[in-house]
Design a binder for this molecule. Structure first.
Ligand SMILES: Cc1cc2nc3c(=O)[nH]c(=O)nc-3n(C[C@H](O)[C@H](O)[C@H](O)COP(=O)(O)OP(=O)(O)OC[C@H]3O[C@@H](n4cnc5c(N)ncnc54)[C@H](O)[C@@H]3O)c2cc1C
Length: 280
């Protein structure tokens, strides 16, 4: 069976890697830009990976599996794709996000530490904590290196025999029942199945789902701290604050000198409503 993956970002690169492991499957991946480019949802140095999950404990089994797969890809590629810095999640103890965090660590007996505001102030002098705030340090969490991860998954897929066509923007997909015709401009490829992982570009390729999608830009920022020592990974884990409807997250100095912070004025609602600024 010949299976195409369209869009080699976070999801597509991993799909291609897994397909390339299945005997009898001929995997072929298409990417409109270069491999591990700078325009995807995956870009920006680090992505927080958490096991203590304020979204709900239902996700924990999936996260356990994901963590094992990140280890496996790190081992195969010989690259450190995951830094086990830990993740500090803070919030008000009586608010739902914090209660879901507690439920996820208790239900699945995840290794963690529970801290008061006073303890957090002492341990993490670079951050500011309110008196009514509590924290949970997820000891299995940390920062993924997304550009390296995408690159490594594609590289591994290629080593397993997958074909990769970069700088090929797919312009149409036509399902003909027993086969699918994929068009990249003038070039046609015929496959048995297609996996569409085009992220925020999906409305262009699958117009029928356009009414369900609204593309917004999520802004990441890096700052040079006055005292960089407080923000080094050995002194500060990744961090998330969820309180009063405000969500902020960041990572310690992965590059040794700058701290990454992103804030949303409400969970899930990005600050900027502009569409992504990338070449079309
Ligand atoms: C700023 C920011 C911070 C985030 N922080 C976190 C975090 O800390 N932890 C976390 O778990 N998640 C985080 N996320 C979410 C996570 O990064 C995304 O959910 C994930 O990267 C989405 O992956 P994707 O494969 O859907 O999209 P993408 O990674 O964007 O991949 C889509 C790919 O499809 C390609 N493509 C599109 N159209 C075509 C076409 N027609 N032909 C060929 N190729 C095409 C694109 O070029 C791109 O490479 C964050 C997201 C953002 C934006």
């Amino acid at each position: 069976m010949k299976i195409a993956v369209i869009g080699l970002g976070s999801t597509g690169s991993m799909a291609l890697w897994h397909l390339s492991n299945i005997p009898g499957v001929e995997a072929i991946g298409f990417e409109q830009f270069g491999i591990s480019h700078g325009y995807g949802a995956f870009t920006g140095e680090s992505r927080l990976f958490r096991m203590a999950y304020h979204e709900g404990s239902t996700y924990v089994p999936l996260l356990k599996r994901a963590r094992a797969l990140w280890s496996s890809l790190s081992e195969i590629s010989g690259r450190e794709l995951f830094h086990n810095f830990g993740v500090l999640s803070t919030g008000k103890e009586d608010e739902a996000p914090f209660q879901r965090l507690v439920e996820s660590v208790e239900r699945y007996e995840l290794p963690h530490e529970r801290l008061t505001a006073a303890q957090m102030r002492k341990r993490y002098p670079g951050l500011d904590f309110r008196d009514d705030e509590a924290g949970i340090v997820d000891l299995q969490g940390g920062a993924l290196r997304p550009e390296l991860a995408v690159f490594s998954a594609i590289e591994t897929a290629k080593a397993n025999g997958a074909q990769v066509r970069d700088h090929q923007k797919i312009t149409s997909i036509e399902d003909n029942g027993d086969h699918v015709v994929i068009q990249a401009g003038e070039e046609t490829t015929i496959v048995d199945r297609v996996i569409v992982t085009t992220g925020s570009w999906t409305s262009e390729l699958v117009p029928s789902i356009a009414p369900l999608l609204e593309v917004r830009r999520l802004v990441l920022t890096w700052f040079l701290p006055n005292n960089p020592v407080d923000f080094q990974p050995e002194n500060l884990p990744c961090f998330i604050r969820d309180r009063d409807g405000f969500h902020v997250f960041g990572a310690p100095c992965v590059d040794g000198y700058s701290i990454k912070i992103a804030g949303l004025d409400e969970w899930g609602v990005p600050l900027s409503l502009d569409p992504p600024m990338c070449p079309r």
